[in-house]
Every structure is written in structure tokens, then in C-alpha cells.
Design a protein. Structure first.
Length: 250
């Protein structure tokens, strides 16, 4: 039974990773998960470090950066769909001025994937930002002030004081975001419908489309495959990143 299950999972993985020799829904999903979460973490950490400084107007920027998280994924998808409209969108005059009005991002696989990643990053970077900002503001201030008196620069303070203090929280928030990223469906569904072809179709969207077309067995199989992959990724991340970070703090 175990061998048959493993073989079935392998066949399903190959069928969804590269149908017809092109990246399939598994590859698309992993792209959204790893690339998207990495960019969101980097941007969120950068904004948190910036707003953690004693600069004028930082409270305004804190509220401004948090707004995208309060918008529904469908609303964000329709917003980016309108912004990216090369014929009637707000940037259409600029596109026509450069003579590329005939080009459409929705007809190119990688440009369509990039648009989905941009929308997902715009929505979820505030989540990283607000958690990391709270962690940065709760770090020991006396250590930072002592390091500054000793002549340490900003990078040295971040490397030796700030990052060790926020590493456990950073690892935990990335884990939470990884779990959520595997469920992406609204943005590729509304922006591109999974197209062109299967270029932007995630596993969750693939499962939904199969269910909508009454392919209940295929939908369930994709759901189990998604559970299997997400469990491996998240458990591995917890064991190799989250747990060592917590042990390092202790």
C-alpha cells in the first residue's frame, strides 16, 4: 500500500510539475511560495528597520504600509487588473507613448506570473512589516545604545544585536506566511484565470477548476498533493530554521 501510494504521488507530481514539458501548477505554486515570501520578508524587514528609526512622520507611514493588508485578495486582484490594462488602464497613455500598446502582459507566461507575484507581495508585505516592526521595537535598547557608544555602525548593530533578537519571531512569521502562500487562488484566478495556458495556475486554483468541472477525484487528488508538499516544506522549515532560531535565542 505504501509503495502504491508513493508511486501515485510521484505520477501526480510529474503530471502537475511539467505537463507537456512546461512548468505546471506545482512549479507555479512553489514559485509563489518561495519567491513571493522571500521578497515580502525582505521588503517587510527593510520597511520595519526604516520605521523603527526616529524619523519624522514614521507613524503616518506605519498606517500607510498597513493598508494593503486590510483589502481583500479579490479587491487587490481587480485593482491590479485595472492598473495593468494596456488599453484603458491609467498607464495606457504612457505605454502608447513608448509604442508598445500592442503588447499585453497577460499573453506572456513570465510577465503574467510576475503580475501575480507583485499583487501578492503588495498585499502581504504589510503582514511581515507590522510583526517585524513590533519585534524590532521590543529589542533591548540599552544594548543598542551601548553599541553606539562603542562606535558600532548601523550594520554591526543589526548583525550582532537586532537580528539575533528578532530571528525567532522572523522565522515564525515566515512559517505562517509559507502556510498561507500555498493557498493562493484569488489573484491568479481574477488576474489571469490561470493563463496563459497553465502559466499562472496554482495548485489550489487547479483543484478548484477540477471541482467546478465535476472532476471530483482529480480535485481531491490535487488537494492531497498540496497537503503533502506543504507539510514537507513547512515541517522542514520548522525543524531547520524556526527551532534553531529559538534555541539560539535561549
Amino acid at each position: 500500500l505504501a509503495t502504491a501510494t508513493a508511486m501515485a504521488l510521484a505520477v501526480l507530481a510529474l503530471a502537475t510539475m511539467a505537463p507537456g514539458g512546461v512548468p505546471g501548477t506545482v512549479v507555479n505554486t512553489l514559485l509563489y511560495v518561495f519567491v513571493g515570501v522571500s521578497v515580502q520578508f525582505a521588503l517587510g524587514l527593510g520597511l520595519a528597520l526604516l520605521c523603527g528609526q526616529p524619523i519624522r512622520g514614521r507613524n503616518f507611514f506605519r498606517v500607510l504600509f498597513f493598508i494593503p493588508l486590510m483589502v481583500t485578495p479579490v479587491g487587490i486582484a481587480y485593482t491590479f487588473r485595472m492598473l495593468a490594462d494596456m488599453q484603458k488602464g491609467p498607464f495606457a497613455p504612457i505605454v502608447r507613448a513608448f509604442g508598445i500598446s500592442e503588447w499585453s502582459w497577460a499573453t506572456e507566461a513570465w510577465s503574467a506570473r510576475l503580475m501575480v507575484l507583485v499583487g501578492d507581495t503588495w498585499q502581504w508585505t504589510p503582514f511581515m512589516f507590522i510583526v517585524l516592526l513590533a519585534a524590532i521595537e521590543n529589542q533591548p535598547r540599552d544594548q543598542v545604545e551601548a553599541a553606539r557608544l562603542d562606535g558600532a555602525n548601523g550594520f554591526q548593530i543589526f548583525r550582532d544585536i537586532t537580528w539575533p533578537a528578532i530571528a525567532p519571531i522572523a522565522a515564525t512569521v515566515v512559517l505562517i506566511r509559507l502556510i498561507e502562500a500555498f493557498k493562493i487562488i484569488d489573484l491568479p484566478n481574477v488576474l489571469t484565470g490561470g493563463g496563459p495556458g497553465l502559466a499562472t495556475e496554482s495548485m489550489t486554483l487547479h483543484s478548484f477548476i477540477s471541482w467546478r468541472t465535476q472532476d471530483l477525484g482529480g480535485s481531491a487528488a490535487i488537494g492531497y498533493m498540496l497537503l503533502f508538499i506543504s507539510t514537507i516544506v513547512c515541517v522542514s522549515f520548522f525543524n531547520f530554521v524556526v527551532r534553531p532560531a529559538r534555541r539560539f535565542e535561549a
